[in-house]
Design a protein around this ligand. Structure first.
Ligand code: 13P
Length: 257
């Protein structure tokens, strides 16, 4: 039996895609496709409007449910926002925080991301904190310092285990993936920085996912890297066959221990 911590963690970030009907149809097919996969942990992150329907479909299954954002307050006058207890009530266990699309398009700053990480942990949700440099920062050789700054800001005072997703912005939705070696180099660095921040016991439980044009064709090479614990998948998570293929690849790597 492979321990949960050693199973590759495959998360689908559906972004602003799928109605509740499309989402439940997808999940019912996915459950059939991946029923024999034991050695991978699978999470789907539908848009808020599909969470309730997907939550029902996932009852008594091993597939976990995540959200794509959360507010840091529990309730109140925050038009358009969703709180940690609202997500917990739908059996959401994970939440993506600080995705580069939220940073770039919605101007989310490190300070807000930090408040969201703390609120998620305090509210019983596992944060999936996204970090990553843009093309300009990579070309100038600033990628390590950019990621370090993002980690230190978001994880200030955080002692608990967290999930980090390294998503180089230049690889998201572009078809251009970081090479396994480039991703591994950054993942090792992220582990070092994160280990220095959280409690020693938590450090062992920190998982680092790669995100950015991950698909069935490149998943194996990425997931075999020692510091790549899984993937956060956008475009390829919208197609049930493609996503199931990635889960199966992850399952066979997990089986090898
Ligand atoms: P793509 O897999 O479409 O590149 O998106 C990655 C991502 O942003 C996941 O959060």
């Amino acid at each position: 039996m492979v321990s949960n911590l050693h199973k590759p963690f495959i998360a689908g970030n559906w972004k602003m895609n799928k109605t509740p009907g499309e989402a439940t149809e997808f999940v019912s097919q996915l459950l059939i496709e991946i029923q024999s996969v034991e050695a991978a942990t699978v999470l789907v992150c539908p848009p808020f409007t599909a969470l309730a329907a997907v939550s029902n479909s996932l009852e008594n299954t091993r597939v976990l449910l995540g959200a794509q954002n959360v507010h840091w307050e529990r309730e109140g006058a925050f038009t358009g926002e969703i709180s940690p207890p609202m997500l917990r009530d739908l059996f959401v266990t994970h939440v993506i925080i600080g995705h580069s699309e939220r940073r770039a398009i919605f101007h989310e700053a490190d300070e807000e991301i930090h408040k969201k990480v703390l609120a998620a942990i305090n509210g019983g949700l596992m944060p999936i904190l996204c970090v990553g440099e843009n093309l300009n920062e990579r070309e100038k050789g600033k990628h390590f310092s950019v990621v370090q700054t993002q980690l230190e800001a978001a994880l200030k005072d955080v002692k608990n285990p967290v999930i980090i997703a390294y998503e180089p912005v230049w690889a998201i939705g572009t078809g251009q993936t970081a090479t396994p070696e480039m991703a591994q180099e950054m993942h090792r660095y992220i582990r070092k920085v994160t280990t220095a921040i959280v409690e020693p016991a938590s450090a062992k439980e920190v998982r680092i996912l790669y995100g950015g044009s991950m698909k069935a064709a490149n998943a194996e090479a990425l997931l075999q890297q020692p510091d790549i614990d899984g993937g956060l998948i956008g475009g390829a998570s919208l197609n049930v066959q493609e996503f199931a293929s990635i889960v199966k690849i992850a399952g066979s790597i997990g089986q090898q221990g």
